[in-house]
Design a protein around this ligand. Structure first.
Ligand SMILES: NC(=O)C1=CN([C@@H]2O[C@H](COP(=O)(O)OP(=O)(O)OC[C@H]3O[C@@H](n4cnc5c(N)ncnc54)[C@H](O)[C@@H]3O)[C@@H](O)[C@H]2O)C=CC1
Ligand SMILES: O=C(CO)COP(=O)(O)O
Length: 349
């Protein structure tokens, strides 16, 4: 059933069956749609179809029988009026290139990935846009906001935002996804929704590190607030609307990722704060930790765009240059004096 209570029989394709793709497939299934779910591993797909559980990523929840998994991208995508992409950022170009020939010219394409392409520093919609026809790319929808898969799959109340240059597609996506536990807002600022969703992962790594080091709530509040200031600064320089960072894709997602035990980025940061090396942390996680690559990309972007991002700088040095987390905190606390808000400063003289 959708929000109007209509039962709909429409086929939807979800590409990527990690925790997020699987949770979004469940939302579509709850809304009455038949869902084709693409996963790389054909054995895992067989298992999903037989047992109705994604044993690798969300093992404790039974999935709807309306979700049919397949490792054949053509079978999943061809002829579908709605396709949602939820693969990790590093796989987006390859996967999009693979499915592009099978996309219907009138398809509603949505992506829910939070990251950058590291080699080019491009946003996901830019990467996707280079691999598909312009007519589809220009009406692409981005799904962002505070939404851990582990809670969505349990139908715990969740709010997200869909953003697009196409008002029609944004409203269609809102209608397709919205229900009584998944509330969907619209926002025309696609760049902002995409950047805010990706950049908050850097700060979540920092918040996890702070907790792993044993620092308190004051430190975490500082990271969240000053983190929001610097990711907004970069976002606005890259074309985002500042207000988007005050909304679900910005502060909303920042709060959930910096404070939730479900967050992969927070958990990775926590282990780093406890002194574990990065390669061990990533191996132990076994799931995508987008913030690591995003720190790398944002470090480069902040230099290219000449935007000051002190927290990102320190995290970059911790992740890739051997600075210890404690030393990183000392560096941040020892920075020269400054005013709080560059939009007011220095004091509108
Ligand atoms: N998990 C969550 O709660 C949320 C995740 N996201 C975003 O969704 C995206 C996907 O994340 P998750 O589902 O959490 O990841 P995950 O770690 O749960 O699963 C990753 C999935 O991607 C597949 N994959 C890995 N490398 C691949 C490749 N080279 N080619 C094709 N597929 C590949 C894996 O087989 C797996 O199905 C990320 O950008 C993440 O930031 C966004 C909101 C919520
Ligand atoms: O973006 C997310 C929740 O909104 C997921 O964050 P993590 O990847 O840190 O779990």
């Amino acid at each position: 059933m959708n929000v109007e209570g209509e039962a709909l029989s429409l086929d939807v394709a979800v590409v990527g069956a990690g925790s997020w793709g699987t949770a979004l497939a469940s939302v579509f299934a709850d809304n009455g749609y038949r869902v084709s779910l693409w996963m790389r591993d054909s054995k895992l797909a067989e298992h999903v179809n037989k047992h109705h559980v994604n044993k690798k990523y969300l093992p404790d929840v039974r999935l709807s029988e309306q979700i049919i998994a397949s490792a054949d991208v053509r079978e999943v995508v061809q002829g579908k009026p709605v396709v949602l992409l939820a693969v990790p950022s590093h796989a987006m170009r390859t996967v999009t290139r693979e499915l592009a020939p099978y996309l219907d010219p009138d398809v509603l394409l949505i992506h829910a990935t939070k990251g950058f392409e590291m080699e080019t520093l491009k946003r996901m919609s830019e990467v996707i846009g280079e691999e598909i026809p312009e007519s589809i790319a220009s009406s692409l929808v981005v799904l962002s906001g505070p939404s851990h898969a582990e809670e969505v799959i349990l139908r715990s109340p969740t709010t997200v935002v869909v953003a697009s240059a196409s008002e029609q597609n944004m409203l269609r996506a809102q209608d397709l996804l919205m229900n009584n536990y998944f509330r969907v807002y619209t926002n025309p600022d696609l760049i902002g929704a995409e950047l805010a969703g990706a950049l908050k992962n850097i700060i979540a790594l920092g918040a996890g590190m702070s907790d792993g080091l044993g620092y308190g709530d004051n430190a975490k509040a500082a990271l969240l607030t000053r983190g929001l200031a610097e990711i907004t600064r970069l976002g606005v320089k890259l074309g985002a609307m500042p207000l988007t960072f005050a909304g679900l894709a910005g502060i909303g997602d920042l709060v959930v990722t910096c404070t939730s035990k479900h967050s992969r980025n927070w958990r990775a940061g926590y282990l780093l704060g406890q002194g574990k090396p990065l390669d061990q942390v990533l191996e132990q996680m076994g799931m995508v930790v987008e913030g690591v690559r995003t720190t790398n990309a944002s470090y480069a972007l902040s230099r290219r765009e000449e935007v000051s991002m002190p927290i990102t700088d320190v995290l970059y040095r911790i992740l890739f240059e051997g600075t210890s987390p404690r030393q990183g905190v000392e560096e941040l606390m020892g920075r020269g004096r400054t005013y709080e808000n560059e939009f007011l400063g220095p004091y509108l003289r």
